[in-house]
Write a protein that binds this ligand. Structure first.
Ligand SMILES: Cc1cc2nc3c(=O)[nH]c(=O)nc-3n(C[C@H](O)[C@H](O)[C@H](O)COP(=O)(O)OP(=O)(O)OC[C@H]3O[C@@H](n4cnc5c(N)ncnc54)[C@H](O)[C@@H]3O)c2cc1C
Length: 396
């Protein structure tokens, strides 16, 4: 039960930092299970609802939403099960093999976040506090965890049993953990992607294209929009990429002069890197999603890994609160990390293949030929195609 102890101090079972995909999903499950939680978010609601990134909820995450009887409320319909892998303009369609049970669903991150907010805040009277600042975590040994924060009405304190750090890579949760407790494992790919959301749908199949001029991908983001990703040097700024330059590069890399310019809604640079922080917990603080790991967007798995963490953490909290069994919470990090490393492997495989196979100035002609052989394997070997399908579906 949520209790107000005095004007500035309240009690709740779980304090959640961050109202992105993981914070909102975790809060929705806990609220549905009758476990009180308060979400603290530094941005306002409309900013959160506007942020556009991922586009596919994979089969594993769909199954999780189905278990909570929320899949049809939160997610849209089936997603394309084909990928057009192009090499210098020549396409080959990879068909993601079907599996028994749930399939991946199309749902932009923006759409899922909006639906979660409506379900949590508007339908279930969940407690999400926007526009907060100065969030500080107190997580002393043997003591009751606390979170303090400020808003327009002054300073506040939440006394809780558990804290979920869902505030992504630049949040305060991970940095509240004393130095020496967690290890950062990282791999830098040495290049970036320019991500451009454009007013032009994917015609046909989603495209992942290798070219001598660099990688380009076009992924669906609704009936009228898609996101293009263009490999670029790490030092580039979004302002270096005028809209004309973006469209000229797309035509060049896809070897298709018929592509017409369209409105570019936003563009930003994403450095490609893989990061894992381990362990993902410290005392009563549990790191979730991008706060604990980052994958390059080539894999389209960042949101899905965040949802995986939520699945494990929500079940562990339920066990701890309802059955007084804290074993799953104590082992949260050990349960989650093998899955995260498995998908880091997939992300590195995809990223290396898509980039090394193209511009040889990146990693040399030897790596280029190996990467092209890997791509060929997807079309020549049933075993390779099966494994690739498992990763794409999210069932591995
Ligand atoms: C260009 C791009 C494309 C992507 N494409 C895909 C894709 O195709 N498929 C896929 O699965 N993933 C994709 N991702 C990754 C995916 O968007 C992230 O992995 C996902 O958002 C992680 O969810 P999260 O809840 O951990 O973090 P977020 O969704 O970032 O939420 C974190 C929240 O914490 C809040 N916060 C931060 N600091 C504080 C603080 N101090 N106090 C309070 N609140 C705070 C933030 O404002 C934010 O609302 C993509 C990412 C990018 C950048």
């Amino acid at each position: 039960m949520k209790t107000v102890k005095n004007n500035n101090t309240e009690e709740t079972i779980v304090a959640i930092i961050g109202a992105g995909i993981s914070g909102l999903t975790l809060a929705t499950f806990l609220q549905k299970a009758g476990i009180t939680c308060i979400v603290l978010e530094r941005r306002n609601r409309s900013y959160i609802e506007m942020r556009q990134r991922a586009g596919v909820v994979d089969a594993r995450a769909v199954r999780m939403f189905e278990r909570w009887d929320l899949a049809d409320k939160l997610l849209a319909g089936p997603v394309a099960t084909t990928i057009d892998y192009r090499l210098n303009g020549k396409g080959r369609i990879f068909k993601i093999a079907e599996d028994v049970g749930s399939s991946s669903r199309f749902c932009t991150q923006q759409m899922l976040v909006g639906n979660l907010m409506r379900e949590l805040i508007d339908n279930m009277a969940g407690d999400v506090r926007f526009d907060v600042s100065d969030v500080v975590i107190y997580n002393e040994e043997g003591g009751c965890p606390k979170v303090t924060y400020s808003d327009a009405n002054g300073s506040h304190e939440l006394v809780c049993c558990y804290i979920a750090g869902c505030d992504a890579d630049r949040g305060i949760s991970r940095t509240s953990i004393p130095e020496g407790v967690i290890t950062r494992y990282t791999h830098e790919f040495g290049y970036a992607w320019l991500a451009a959301l454009v007013e032009a749908p994917v015609i046909g199949d989603p495209i992942m294209a290798i070219s001598d001029h660099g990688c380009v991908a076009q992924l669906p983001r609704g009936p009228h929009r898609s996101r293009y990703y263009l490999q670029c040097p790490l030092g580039d700024n979004a302002s270096d990429w005028t809209n004309d330059r973006i469209w000229n590069e797309i035509r060049l890399r896809l070897n298709d002069e018929t592509i017409q310019n369209a409105v570019v809604h936003d563009k930003f640079i994403v450095p490609l890197r893989s990061v894992v922080y381990a362990p993902m917990q410290y005392r009563n603080l549990f790191l979730v999603g991008d706060a604990a790991h980052l994958v390059p967007p080539t894999s389209a798995k960042g949101m899905n890994l965040a949802l995986y963490d939520v699945d494990i953490l929500s079940q562990a909290i339920l066990k701890a609160v309802q059955d007084k069994d804290t074993s799953a919470l104590e082992n949260y990090s050990e349960i989650v990390l093998p899955h995260i490393w498995n998908y880091q492997d997939f992300a590195v495989w995809m990223t290396d293949m898509m980039h090394d196979a193209g511009d040889p100035t990146q990693n040399g002609t030897f790596r280029q030929q190996i990467a092209r052989a890997r791509l060929d394997n997807l079309f020549n070997s049933e075993t390779a195609a099966h494994l690739h399908s498992e990763y794409q579906r999210g069932t591995n």
